[in-house]
Structure formats: C-alpha cells, structure tokens
Design a protein around this ligand. Structure first.
Ligand code: 4NP
Length: 168
C-alpha cells in the first residue's frame, strides 16, 4: 500500500513551552478544520533543553484555551539535526531561534527543510518575530496568539499550494 505524501511542519522557539506549542496547537486545529490531517503533520520543539518533557506553560495553555485551542497534551522536546532532514518546514519564532536552526542546517549534511521565520507567512505582521512572553505579563500571551493566528493562515495557504503541486 502506498502512503500519500505528507508535508511535515516543525515550529521552534527557545523553551518549547510557550510560543512553539501555541503555534503547534493553533496550526494543528487549522489543519484539522481544513480536513488535511492526513496530508500535514505538525510538531514543535525548543532550541533549549530546560523544559524537556514538560507540558506548555500554564499561561500559554489558558490563553490558547480561551480561544478554543487545547494544547495540554503537548510535551516539550529539544530540536535536533535530524529534524532538519525529517521536516519540510522548520519555522522559528524569532531571530535567535532562526540563527540556531541555520547553524544546525549547515552542520547537517543532508538537511533539506525550508528554514524560515514563522512571521514570514504573516499577512498583517510580515516578518514580525513572535516575542518571548515567558518573563512578561498575560498580554504577552495574547500578542503571541494574535501573531500566530495570522501567520498560521498564510502558512496554510502556502502548504495548500504545495499539496496542489503534489497531489500525493
Ligand atoms: P518559549 O518561552 O521559548 O516561547 O517556550 C520561554 C520559555 C522558557 C524560557 C524562556 C522562554 N526560559 O528561560 O526558561
């Protein structure tokens, strides 16, 4: 039996407990609403290892839940060079995360992922970084969600075009 081609998307931030799990959950819900769960796989990771195995920060969970998005099942992991081979899109939340991913890609002989800033897909906030909300107040998490929801829309448009070029 042949398996249809899938597009794999990895969201990356620093801790994998605030921004990237939020992007993971929001984009996963968009993919499900579009009926594309069998064509698009979604994951997230952090450049750091401090929170590996932990669920998302309670403030991130609450802010996402208030917009109808449940991210309580997610657990933090650290990004690895193998991710640059396994994923089609590896999307950084800010310039620091992007620099780490670009270095990993250079060091990994067969890296093939498209490495970019997630904000590149945003229509309303083009090229905006998703700022780290960890040490700030609740409004930081709302800003994170606003930016992520906007970029998720643009990313889905881009990936739909990929899928049309490769119907599997
Ligand atoms: P994230 O936020 O990168 O959006 O998951 C952070 C979480 C934890 C830390 C920094 C940022 N930390 O320093 O522990």
């Amino acid at each position: 039996m042949t398996q249809r081609n899938r597009i794999r998307v990895l969201f990356v931030c620093l801790g994998n407990i605030c921004r990237s799990p939020t992007a993971h959950g929001v984009f996963r819900d968009r993919v499900a609403a579009a009926g594309l769960v069998d064509r698009i796989e979604v994951d997230s990771a952090g450049t750091g290892d401090w929170h590996v195995g932990k669920p998302p920060d309670a403030r991130a969970r609450a802010a996402a839940a208030a917009r109808g998005c449940d991210i309580g099942d997610l657990r933090a992991r650290q990004v690895a060079a193998a991710d640059l081979r396994a994923f089609d899109y590896v999307l950084a939340m800010d310039a620091d995360n992007l620099a780490v991913l670009e270095r990993l890609a250079r060091e990994s002989a067969d890296a093939r992922a498209r490495v970019a800033l997630f904000g590149d897909y945003s229509g309303r906030h083009p090229r905006a970084a998703v700022p780290d909300p960890y040490f700030g107040g609740e409004d930081g998490f709302e800003r994170v969600l606003d930016l992520i929801e906007d970029a998720a829309e643009g990313l889905l448009v881009e990936i739909r075009a990929d899928l049309e070029r490769d119907p599997g």
